[in-house]
Design a protein around this ligand. Sequence first.
Ligand code: GLN
Length: 488
Amino acid sequence: MKPLHELTVAQIQQQLIEKKFSSREITQHYLNRIDTLNIDYNCFITVDTNGALTAADQADQAIAEGNSTPLLGVPIAHKDIFCTEGLTTTCGSKMLANFVSPYDATVVSKMKTAGAVMLGKTNMDEFAMGSSNETSFFGPVKNPWNLETVPGGSSGGSAAAVAAQLAPAATGTDTGGSIRQPAALCGITGIKPTYGRVSRYGMIAFASSLDQAGPMTKTAEDAAILLNSMSGLDYKDSTSLDTAVPDFTATLDESLAGLKIGIPKEYFDQRLDTAMADAVQASLAELEKLGAKLVDIELPNSALSVPAYYVIAPAEASSNLSRFDGVRYGYRCNEPEDLEDLYTRTRSEGFGEEVKRRILVGTYALSAGYYDAYYRKAQQIRRLIKDDFVRAFEQVDIIAGPTAPSTAFKFGAKTADPVAMYLEDIYTIAVNLAGLPAMSLPAGQLDNMPIGMQLVGNYFAEHKLLNVAHQFQLATQWHTPTPTSLKG
Ligand code: GLN
């Protein structure tokens, strides 16, 4: 039998029901691994040993009584951006280092209801701002494929935890690429659903019109299983949508014959390393073998997505983060002289450098004199970017390309130049601006480091993406190799 940590969620589900092992056994197995290995990777900010074992015992009881909920007894980890009742939720920030939420995020409560066992909370860039996990107050996460490189961000803790087999699956959030880019850099699978598919209630807000939660897993099949439990209308989030949630596992086995895959020329221009391009092309050729047809398309406004995002996301962040003022919750400076001093020092001491940069940029872009020149303009560009996709989806069923411009880079390589870091998300950000679903799946290696392929779907076509990814994973092995640091 395979070691427990190599099993997928689908296999764990099956074997729990068959009573090959109990939820307590597999939960304890993961807790032991976290205990010995987390020090190497720094994936977890908080580990909930007692909570996990109690939930595992309850799951075992339910299994013994013949109950079966979709994730019954399956251990998972949550990104530390989701509020968890009674357990710290830090969002990777000193500002919330001791914050204990009085309630669960909807994603957390839905997964609890589905029977999942929460192992703990994963490390992340501060307030989800970053592409390398280097902005976390709790220190960087290390990429299991090469401990000198970043895991990507902002959901780097979740991605590295799944890659290092410290959790079979984890949740992430994606505002401009934070599920897909770390999934690509760590060699795992991750999907950002259509905006509104998953409730944002209790998910600490970065840029509310872009943020969306999704699963990070070993396989597309596991992503489908988790997405089933995460999705759906929530009256506590007015932007969650009242659209029927299909069973995402039901269409995984559909044939790809006749599927039209759009290849945007802008995603394969001179900015993409040729070796990266070759690897993605080879994976596209695999999809052709499975019956898909590749169609050249154009997304002419692609180049504007990073600049538009870096006005809109900071603008929304500056507004969302105004609630951290030292009065209501979170960090408060020592002995403030007056209210002004309380605000100033609390925010100066509580936020890290990148978060402050975003607040400054956002406040500036929203200020009366500059609103038309920056914020309104960025929103107009956002519409053009969306229209590019709408036009493309008149011709094709899905769009494919690279997830990130390179494999994982070394720590410190981009910290001195914020714009270089922002360009990490050059292929992922447009999708958030348009509100579309997209996923990343392992699709090759370069110098022993994973490469991700991105699939973008039309609104509510998550099932299509998962179907394509699953068929690809049945035909190839890129999702199976073990990260270098786990060998021997
Ligand atoms: N890297 C992007 C940023 O820093 C996206 C982050 C995210 O998706 N949360 O804004």
